[in-house]
Design a protein around this ligand. Structure first.
Ligand SMILES: Nc1ncnc2c1ncn2[C@@H]1O[C@H](COP(=O)(O)OP(=O)(O)OP(=O)(O)O)[C@@H](O)[C@H]1O
Ligand SMILES: [Mg+2]
Length: 286
């Protein structure tokens, strides 16, 4: 897969923050961003009774890979992303990022939700800049990063607009820019296109693909939409519910960008649909 960074500054910024020479930061970035989820299980307590939600989930995301996770409502997709994001640490098993256990949220792992969650009182560019929080980088660099990411998601000209002044699809693109502006190694997307209309969804899938190819960031995206999962994923992981468990892992093996009408895409789509009609026995480990 061709991966190229259009924004060069952040590697240097990260190096500055951690007092590493840029070359070391680049090496660290290249080798140390594998995500390993190993034998993860998770239960919630409802009315003092345990509700098993995830059972023995294992997956590996290589740097730059696009993994899609498809499953029915309630099968634990958001729960799994929250665990990977470090928002919930109450689980069994292991989640390692760059060889280290995930112990909480980090700028290395960006998160995009189904609804854009932009602050209504901030403009698009202020919303994107809000992701820097208290990061010690200078104003000029911040400005440049915001500008680059507005261009990346195609929102030039809307910098000063407020969220209510842009379409749902544009707001979601702003949310993606906000998640990417800190140059995370991995972007976790929880049904990011679930709230937009069907035509916008097709368009945004292609936008997401373009952004992924341009940035080379690892992406893990959960979706209900089988076609979306196959169109975008290098690997598609199929989850079955109650409790959420992996029933199939499909390596798509087609170069990106892809043609939706490609007979191999249609065949894979059919194979995954069949998985929901006839769930396979659990047989997966890393
Ligand atoms: N904080 C919580 N407390 C108790 N149960 C929860 C909690 N969060 C999620 N659950 C339960 O965990 C299960 C999985 O929820 P989750 O939100 O991960 O599913 P999902 O696959 O993302 O569904 P959807 O596609 O509808 O977003 C559901 O049965 C839900 O009721
Ligand atoms: Mg969900």
């Amino acid at each position: 897969m061709a991966v190229s960074k259009i924004v060069q500054l952040p590697t240097a910024n990260r190096a500055r923050e951690t007092h590493e020479p840029p070359s070391i930061a680049v090496a660290r970035r290249h080798h140390a961003t594998e995500l390993v989820v190993r034998n993860v299980s998770k239960s919630f307590n409802i009315d003092r009774r345990p509700l098993p939600v995830l059972q023995d989930i294992s997956l590996v995301a290589q740097p730059g890979q696009f993994i899609t996770i498809v499953g029915a409502s309630g099968c634990g997709k958001s729960t799994l992303l929250r665990l990977i994001a470090g928002l919930d640490r109450d689980f069994e098993g292991e989640i390692l990022f760059g060889g280290r256990p995930v112990s909480g949220p980090s700028l290395d792992r960006g998160l995009v939700f189904q609804d854009h969650r932009l602050f209504p009182w901030l403009t698009i560019e202020q919303n994107i800049a809000s992701a820097f929080s208290s990061r010690p980088i200078d104003t000029a660099t911040k400005r440049l990063l915001v500008k680059d990411h507005i261009a990346l998601v195609g929102l030039n000209g809307f910098e000063k607009a407020y969220p209510h002044q842009v379409s749902g699809g544009m707001a979601q693109r702003a949310a993606i820019a906000r998640a990417l502006v800190n140059e995370p190694d991995i972007l976790l997307l929880d049904e990011p296109l679930g709230a937009v209309d069907a035509l916008t969804r097709l368009y945004l899938q292609e936008e997401l693909q373009r952004i992924w190819l341009q940035k080379g960031v690892t992406m893990i995206m959960v979706t209900h939409d089988i076609e979306e999962a196959v169109f975008l994923g290098d690997q598609v992981i199929v989850l079955q519910p109650r409790p959420g468990r992996i029933s199939k892992v499909i390596d798509v093996g087609l170069t990106q960008p892809r043609d939706r009408e490609d007979s191999r895409i249609l065949k894979l789509k059919k194979e995954i649909l069949g998985e929901f009609h006839n769930p396979a026995p659990i047989n997966y480990s890393i």
